[in-house]
Design a protein around this ligand. Structure first.
Ligand SMILES: Cc1cc2nc3c(=O)[nH]c(=O)nc-3n(C[C@H](O)[C@H](O)[C@H](O)COP(=O)(O)O)c2cc1C
Length: 300
């Protein structure tokens, strides 16, 4: 059924990871039978144009951070002009955008982190819901997937649900189906794929890291000046999180000096300081692989 809704042969969707899921990765996942979503992230028109071009005509979609899209709604028109197969919205009220997405012919996917968020998303009448557990890499909520997924399943009647958070191999895929999902949305595993825009030293850290070494934190948003209103993101722990996590007020007070240092670290690809968003699934990642091989290993 999810196959019919999204027009895919395999029930796997690439998460629209900002700065990671570019057109090449999205196209590789789509060509392998899943659906690749370009990461619209915080929105940049040139980036969106370029990455759709990189997808070279493959049937891909795009994902936006809803609160960021609300600040630049023209980016939705730009994305829809590229005829995406689906638009995923996460973190914010999807209702103002739903009708336009539907009228364009794209499917609407809403990612939710709690039952309250799921109830609001259902009012937008999405084609697909994603239940995102707290295990996930990147921004997310506090609920674990194991209880959240069947609860969202019960709430959403017969709407297809994708499971997200901590899924990186066939075992996670099968568990998701057993809990009522129609398929999976996978991020972290693809961040360490050949086609991902992830910097090579960051891919190496993902391969080497243990899931014990991730943390949900706001410190990177403080230093990057993004207002996530307290929503945390799961990232690999490093010297920066060890220094500032739990001392956010001091980081805010010291922000100007730290921003300058942080920007230099990003330029140098110094990941003792710079951010690598990754979820607990890093336990299950021991090599960088082509995206098609990752799809093959996860889905039957
Ligand atoms: C590097 C990275 C960047 C992400 N960026 C976004 C984003 O821009 N928008 C979004 O809706 N979700 C984003 N996510 C979260 C994903 O949508 C998804 O919920 C998550 O990757 C699933 O869990 P997993 O990482 O364990 O596979 C990101 C995740 C990662 C790992």
């Amino acid at each position: 059924m999810i196959g019919d809704v999204l027009g895919i042969a395999k029930p796997l969707v690439l998460a629209p990871m900002g700065f990671v899921s570019g057109g090449a990765l999205a196209a590789a996942v789509s060509r392998a039978g899943g659906l690749g979503l370009i990461g619209g992230g915080y929105g940049d028109a040139d980036w969106i144009r370029r990455e759709f071009k990189q997808a070279e005509g493959a049937h891909v979609g795009i994902g936006f951070i809803t609160w960021s899209l609300a600040q630049q709604p023209e980016l939705l028109d730009l994305a829809l002009s590229h005829k995406p197969r689906a638009v995923m919205l996460s973190f914010g009220d999807p209702r103002p955008f739903a009708e336009k997405i539907r009228r364009s012919g794209a499917k609407l996917i809403c990612q939710v982190q709690s039952l309250a968020i799921a109830r609001q998303a259902l009012e937008a009448q999405p084609d697909v819901l994603v239940a995102q557990g707290t295990e996930a890499g990147g921004h997310g909520g506090e609920r674990s997937l194991f209880a959240l997924l069947p609860a969202v399943r019960d709430l959403a009647a017969d709407k297809p649900i994708l499971a997200a958070g901590g899924i990186a191999d066939r075992r996670g895929f099968e568990a998701a189906l057993a809990l009522g999902a129609a398929g999976v949305l996978v991020g972290t595993r693809f961040s360490a794929s050949n086609e991902a825009l992830t910097a090579p030293p960051a891919k190496k850290r993902i391969v080497e890291a243990s899931g014990d070494a991730t943390v949900r934190t706001t410190v990177f948003d403080v230093v990057r000046n993004f207002d996530w209103r307290g929503i945390t993101g799961r990232a690999l722990r490093n010297r920066f999180t060890d220094t500032w996590h739990g001392r956010e007020h001091e980081l805010v007070a010291d922000r100007d000096a730290e921003v300058a240092k942080y920007r230099k670290a990003v330029e140098r690809q110094d990941f003792d300081t710079a951010l690598i968003f990754a979820g607990e699934a890093v336990d299950l990642i021991d090599s960088v692989l082509p995206a098609a091989e990752i799809v093959r290993r996860i889905v039957h």
